[in-house]
Write a protein that binds this ligand. Structure first.
Ligand code: G3P
Ligand code: CA
Length: 246
């Protein structure tokens, strides 16, 4: 494959080096040269779209409790950086809106719909459209009901299904839904699977790239892109590959 075609998607930002899903992590990803970000969206208790991975704030802030039980004001009073390192103290949980405004024109977003909230797909898409981002997003989810809602509400947006296992039934379901992308877990991604999914009409984007060895395997398998916590390493590898090719 042409290594230039492998998208470097900073997973929750450059999250090896900065607290995930914060401006610090996304700014750093940009500084490293990544132009694609992956991020997770959930709904606060008072119906604001916020960028956070877990259902609870406990792991990534100094607070406790379910995201869906806290107001935006409560969520934004929490420190989302100090847990990672003193120099990140004061980082906040971003709203989706503030993130869209901050990075307009500077990145393509791979937006993962998380959580159990009904209507989250539609609300997220409405915000993306309102803030003028529709040309620069790929929508993703592990949850098929969220993807069904996405396809019904926004058939024009590319959408990918995150999966741990991909079999023929998954491929058929994804085709019938009109999904553009399948996202297999890296440790289950082989060159044969990549070829099969491409032949079935999908863009193939891996996730769960836990280390550099898996990252290398994904490049060799010919994936169209992958989420990585260490975008600098993948950018370096792809540069090396390009040099070798020329
Ligand atoms: O690239 C998608 C990846 O983010 C899925 O897993 O748990 O990090 O949301 P998770
Ligand atoms: Ca995610």
């Amino acid at each position: 494959m042409n290594p230039n075609n492998c998208l470097v998607i900073a997973h929750r930002g450059a999250s090896t080096y900065a607290p995930e899903n914060t401006f610090a992590a996304f700014d750093l990803a940009l500084d490293m040269g990544a132009r694609h970000f992956e991020l997770d969206v959930q709904l606060s208790g008072d119906n604001h779209l916020v960028v956070i991975h877990d259902d609870k704030v406990n792991r990534t802030t100094d607070g406790n409790g379910e995201v869906s039980a806290l107001t935006l004001r409560e969520l934004q009073s929490l420190d989302a950086g100090a847990w990672f390192g003193a120099k990140f103290a004061g980082e906040r949980i971003p709203t989706l809106e503030s993130l869209l405004d901050r990075y307009r024109g500077r990145a393509h977003l791979h937006v993962e719909i998380k959580g159990k909230t009904q209507g989250l797909s539609e609300r997220t898409v409405d915000m993306i459209r309102r803030r003028g981002w529709a040309q620069n997003v790929t929508m993703t989810s592990f949850q098929i009901d969220k993807l069904e809602a996405l396809r019904a509400h926004a058939p024009e947006l590319p959408a990918g299904w995150l999966l741990r296992e991909i079999d023929d039934a998954v491929i058929m379901r994804a085709q019938s839904l009109g999904l553009t992308q399948l996202c297999p877990k890296a440790d289950a991604t082989t060159p044969g699977l990549v070829a099969k999914l491409r032949n079935a009409g999908f863009n193939v984007r891996a996730w769960g790239v836990a280390n550099e060895e898996l990252m290398l395997r994904m490049v060799d398998a010919g994936v169209d892109g992958m989420t990585v916590n260490f975008p600098d390493k993948l950018i370096g590898l792809l540069r090396e590959r390009t040099k070798e090719k020329n």
